[in-house]
Write a protein that binds this ligand. Structure first.
Ligand code: BES
Ligand code: MN
Ligand code: ZN
Length: 510
């Protein structure tokens, strides 16, 4: 993993010695001008360099006066040897309209700066916290998190990979030193953990088998001081995890059940937060096999499990006074002579019987046993994360992930975590009427509700196994993998859910 050295500077940005000083430019052109003013100000856009330092604004003034800087979001303008600054270069990063500016935008701007500078061989830079709009501590956190997001590149198997990584980041911010330092340290832990998840998700299935995923969990747990248990087929059968085993039985690769425990001595006995992750290291669909087109993407079907691992890593390092247990159900979903078939009946660990309608609806099967097991381990609140359905991509595209919950209080807390993480989730319903679609003739429930409302019926299936425990389900099928390069993040694994889960755990009380 890349080690980025991050330092705080409370000196003026103009005095910062760096390869490049990045500052935010916002568009402050008034949008609701009266007709009279409109005439007068025609064409006069007002770009503002977001710093109180005259020297920095002065250095950028010619570029801005010349109209070369539009302030458009993600626009980058690089100036060499800026007059009056100690920095070798000045990077103006467009942040869009001032009224839309917030920490989420700032995070992306830091990522944009990283992704703009890195390919140019500029491996260290300073980013000045904007002094307007958001508080310095929140800004420092956003800058560091965003830089980590921007620093990740997926091209690790290119033989001519230049292995360019950011070496150093200076956060220039004015405010309380202790608070700023703490924010930066916290953001570094979260950023590294999100990238840890992305590294796992990026690996192809021949190099990220359930066994390898479990080994990575073990290694990480030992590094950060988490307790762990790693089980194979025997334990899965002994626990009577018939739904999980039903998926695993078709593969030559052995499955793994990973339990990670964060149980600090200062934590109350309750609540216990349970994080349950779908860890399908490759999803062929099984006997209900998927079409060849795009099947290669099913290597990222373990993104939910990897998100839980990343979140546990960050939690272990941030040390909230809360018990957290992660359960990751890792297996391939393969067709073979041993594979389960449509029509088969599996008995889940909870005792519920499941009619397998479609072997490609395997995520909900492994999670059914994962959720039940987490309850048995004493979890009082459950969150699962899974690349569960194509239907959630139909519903929400690649922008929002789906979120479902059976508990308003718990959901409200998650909403606050989203405010802090900046990740986008959209709530979808769980009305009882949807249960009709997964009623089976022969068993308690069936594993596919058909085409309509597919993300909802998958969630309804999971709800049967969360039972009365407050539960949140995150369907990240459309958001765990970026389909295109963006200015602030590379195409490939996104690490979605890690930051939100960490924010949830950070101030969790029952
Ligand atoms: N892993 C897939 C869902 C998925 C789709 C993830 C696209 C990422 C991108 C899941 O196991 C699956 O195959 N779901 C089926 C369920 C259906 C058979 C009821 C689906 O969504 O088509
Ligand atoms: Mn599937
Ligand atoms: Zn799947």
């Amino acid at each position: 993993m890349n080690v980025m050295k991050i330092t705080l500077s409370r000196s003026p940005a103009a005095e910062t010695e760096t390869e490049c000083l990045a500052v935010v430019v916002l568009d402050r052109t008034p949008t609701d001008r009266s007709a009279k003013d409109k005439d007068k100000d025609k064409d006069k856009s007002q770009m503002s360099v977001e710093t109180s330092e005259a020297a920095v604004r002065e250095a950028a003034s010619e570029l801005i006066a010349g109209g070369e800087v539009s302030g458009k979001i993600f626009e980058t303008t690089l100036l060499h040897r800026p007059a009056g600054l100690k920095a070798k270069r000045l990077l103006l990063v467009g942040g869009g309209k001032a009224e839309n500016f917030n920490t989420t935008v700032l995070r992306k701007l830091a990522g944009t700066a990283a992704r703009f500078l890195k390919p140019k061989g500029i491996a260290s830079f300073a980013f000045a916290a904007p002094e307007t709009g958001i508080d310095a501590v929140g800004a420092a956190k956003g800058i560091v998190e965003g830089a980590f997001v921007g620093d990740f590149d997926p091209d690790i198997y290119k033989s001519d990979r230049k292995d360019q990584t950011l070496e150093a980041l200076i956060v220039v911010a004015q405010g309380n030193q202790d608070q700023l330092q703490r924010a930066i340290e916290e953001a570094r832990i979260i950023g590294e953990s999100q990238n840890f998840t992305r590294e796992l998700v990026n690996e192809p299935s021949n190099r990220m088998t359930p066994t390898v995923l479990a080994e990575r969990a073990r290694k990480m747990a030992e590094e950060v001081g988490l307790k762990y248990e790693i089980y194979g087929s025997d334990k899965i059968k002994e626990l009577k995890m018939g739904a999980f085993w039903g998926v695993a039985q078709g593969s030559d690769e052995p499955p793994a059940l990973v339990v990670l425990r964060y149980e600090p001595s200062n934590a109350p006995a309750s609540p216990v937060l349970g994080l349950v992750g779908k860890g399908i290291t490759f999803d062929t669909g099984g006997i209900s096999i998927k079409p060849a087109d795009g099947m290669e993407k099913m290597k990222y079907d373990m993104a939910g499990g990897a998100a839980m691992m990343g979140a546990m890593r960050a939690i272990a390092l941030l040390k909230p006074a809360l018990k957290v247990i992660a359960v990751i159900c890792a297996t391939e979903n393969m067709p073979s002579g041993k594979a389960q078939k449509p029509g088969d009946i599996q008995i889940a660990m909870s005792g519920k019987s499941i009619e397998i309608i479609n072997t490609d609806a395997e995520g909900r099967l492994v999670l059914a046993d994962g959720l039940h097991y987490a309850r048995k381990l004493g979890c009082t609140h459950l969150v699962d994360a899974a690349t569960l359905t194509g239907a959630v991509v139909v519903a929400l595209g690649y922008v929002n992930a789906g979120v479902f919950s059976n508990d308003e209080r718990f959901y409200e807390r998650f909403g606050r975590a989203l405010d802090n993480s900046g990740e986008k989730f959209w709530r979808l319903p769980l009305d009882d009427e949807y249960k009709e679609s997964i009623r089976s003739n022969i068993a308690d429930i069936m594993n596919s509700g058909g085409r309509w409302g597919g993300a909802v019926t998958a969630a309804m299936f999971l709800r049967e196994f969360a039972e009365d425990t407050p539960w949140i389900h995150l369907d990240i099928a459309g958001t765990a993998w970026m389909e295109d390069n963006k200015p602030w993040i590379a195409k490939g694994p996104s690490g979605i859910a890690v930051r939100s889960l960490v924010e949830l755990a950070k101030d969790f009380r029952s």
